[in-house]
Structure formats: structure tokens, C-alpha cells
Design a protein around this ligand. Structure first.
Ligand SMILES: [Zn+2]
Ligand SMILES: [Zn+2]
Length: 101
């Protein structure tokens, strides 16, 4: 513990470090580290530890949903264009049929 007393906090140079982060091995004061699962860890390392796995799992899902939405909207647009084309194609005939000679 003698080496700890000589170190100062990275965020607070005037304060003596009381703990060393297990993630980045940097000395911090008691205020800058928090106990997480029995080990002392700083806030940035804690955020890095807890975030990467969900991010990797979620990364492919929005793109897949985006592709599906794009495909569906394309299909929808094609259906509208197709039905509109059919409607416009049949319109003159029906008009001609309905018009009196
Ligand atoms: Zn750290
Ligand atoms: Zn500090």
C-alpha cells in the first residue's frame, strides 16, 4: 500500500489515489472509482465493460430491420404503381363503354 500513497488521482492531481483501476491500471481517488463485482474500476472502464456485448448483438438487427422495411416499402410502392398502371390502363376502356355513342 506504500506505492498507492505516492500516487495521485488522474482526475484530481491534488488528491492521493486510493485505488487502482483494473481496466486501465490508472490510479484514482475513492471518488473516481467504484466497486464493481468486487473489483475497483473507474467510470470509463465500467462503461466499456458493460456496453460492448449488447452493442455487438444489436448492431446487425437494425440493419436487417432497415433492409426489411426498405424491401417492404419497395414492394408496396411497386404494388401502388402496378395497380395505378392497371387502373389507368382500364380507365379509358370503361369510359368508352360507359359513354353514349
Ligand atoms: Zn479504468
Ligand atoms: Zn479523483
Amino acid at each position: 500500500m506504500t506505492t498507492l500513497l505516492r500516487q495521485n488521482c488522474l482526475n484530481h492531481p491534488s488528491r492521493e489515489a486510493s485505488a487502482r483501476c483494473i481496466g486501465c491500471h490508472v490510479f484514482f481517488c475513492r471518488e473516481c472509482v467504484s466497486e464493481h463485482q468486487g473489483v475497483m474500476i473507474c467510470a470509463p472502464c465500467l462503461a466499456q465493460q458493460s456496453s460492448p456485448t449488447p452493442r455487438l448483438q444489436q448492431s446487425w438487427l437494425p440493419s436487417l430491420l432497415g433492409w426489411l422495411t426498405a424491401l417492404l416499402s419497395l414492394l408496396f410502392l411497386w404494388l401502388i404503381a402496378f395497380s395505378l398502371g392497371r387502373f389507368l390502363g382500364t380507365l379509358p376502356h370503361s369510359f368508352q363503354e360507359q359513354l353514349p355513342p
